[in-house]
Design a protein around this ligand. Structure first.
Ligand code: NDP
Length: 294
């Protein structure tokens, strides 16, 4: 491996550390995050547990609402409205995916946009698209941008390729890179000449959900590679292993810097959730926001 390893765990530790220090200085109520989980999806349960632990470690209030799989849309919307009105709650996160009988867009758009710490509400999506700095930015692309900035390379003028056009990763990631004056290309499942386009990228962000799809010869020598993918695959020994969308072994021989999976984007996503919650708290309470929060 010749690439510099972008250590998301260490970056996340720094972000969480400064959030915890800031929260410890607050004399009144602490920032509060409510997480709503519907059903028994095992991966979602792990994510929710990790988020709860991180929120508590930062000294914030964590509220968890576990609802049965057959919860009606009316009841779920009622809970969201209740949390919108709850003065102890600064951030509301409804864990996705929701069971099929529930309309996820409707549920997300019922969240008060000023408490939408996932940044998925249509108002926040629109603000990101127009470059409005008051947007709450989705945690995963936000974390990717923080890691890119930490590398200290100039982003303006760089050719960035974002693989994937989902509303939660690809599109906001592309908007954020555009706001940094990168020249941005988005590729997706219908794109022609995928490998060739990726090879032109100074910054390659892979968010496709295809295990180890991006191999070394798709990567421009010296490029920065951010691997958002989280894929569970079975090893020949019958064990489960987590891999990204990038074939780490071959890509890390060509890239200038690369995130690992696990230990890259994943930990940063949780750190940015705390950061968004602290931000909404400061805005609601009229507390001066520290420089690093803006
Ligand atoms: P989606 O399934 O919503 O979107 C995947 C995107 O990849 C789509 O735009 C799709 O194109 C594109 N795509 C799929 N197959 C190909 C292909 N063969 N070639 C080119 N493009 C392709 O996924 P998400 O955006 O939600 O997530 C992407 C990955 O990131 C997943 O592995 C997910 O687990 C991971 N993830 C990780 C997070 C973290 O914290 N690290 C957080 C969120 C997601 P099209 O639109 O044409 O179908």
């Amino acid at each position: 491996m010749s690439a510099k390893l972008i250590d998301g765990k260490a970056s996340a530790g720094r972000v969480r550390g400064r959030i915890g220090d800031f929260v410890a200085t607050l004399s009144g109520r602490k920032p509060g995050l409510a997480v709503v989980l519907v059903g028994q999806d095992p991966a979602s349960q792990v994510y929710v547990r990790n988020k709860k632990r991180a929120v508590e470690e930062a000294g914030m209030l964590s509220r968890e609402h576990q609802l049965p799989e057959n919860t009606s849309e009316k009841d779920l919307l009622g809970l969201v409205q209740q949390l919108n009105a709850d003065p102890a709650i600064d951030g509301i996160l409804v864990q996705l995916p929701l069971p099929e009988h529930l309309n996820a867009d409707l549920v997300i758009d019922t969240i008060d946009p000023s408490k939408d710490v996932d940044g998925f509400h249509i108002i926040n999506a629109g603000k990101i698209a127009v470059g409005d700095p008051s947007a709450l930015v989705p945690c995963t692309p936000y974390g990717c941008l923080v890691m890119l900035n930490e590398l200290g390379h100039k982003l303006a003028g760089q050719d960035a390729v974002v693989m994937g056009r989902s509303n939660i990763v690809g599109k906001p990631m592309a908007s954020l890179l555009l706001s940094q004056s990168c020249t941005v290309t988005i590729v997706h499942s219908r794109t022609k000449n995928l490998a060739e386009t990726c090879r032109r990228a100074d910054i390659l962000v892979a968010a496709v959900g295809r295990p180890e799809m991006v191999i070394g010869n798709w990567v421009k020598p010296g490029a920065t590679v951010i691997d958002v993918g989280i894929n569970r695959i079975e090893t020949p020994e019958g064990k489960t292993k987590l891999v990204g969308d990038v074939h780490f072994e071959s890509a890390s021989k060509v890239a200038g810097a690369i995130t690992p999976v696990p230990g890259g984007v994943g930990p940063m996503t949780i750190a940015m959730l705390l950061q968004n919650t602290l931000r909404t708290f400061c805005l609601r309470e009229g507390v001066a926001t520290p420089d690093w929060l803006i």
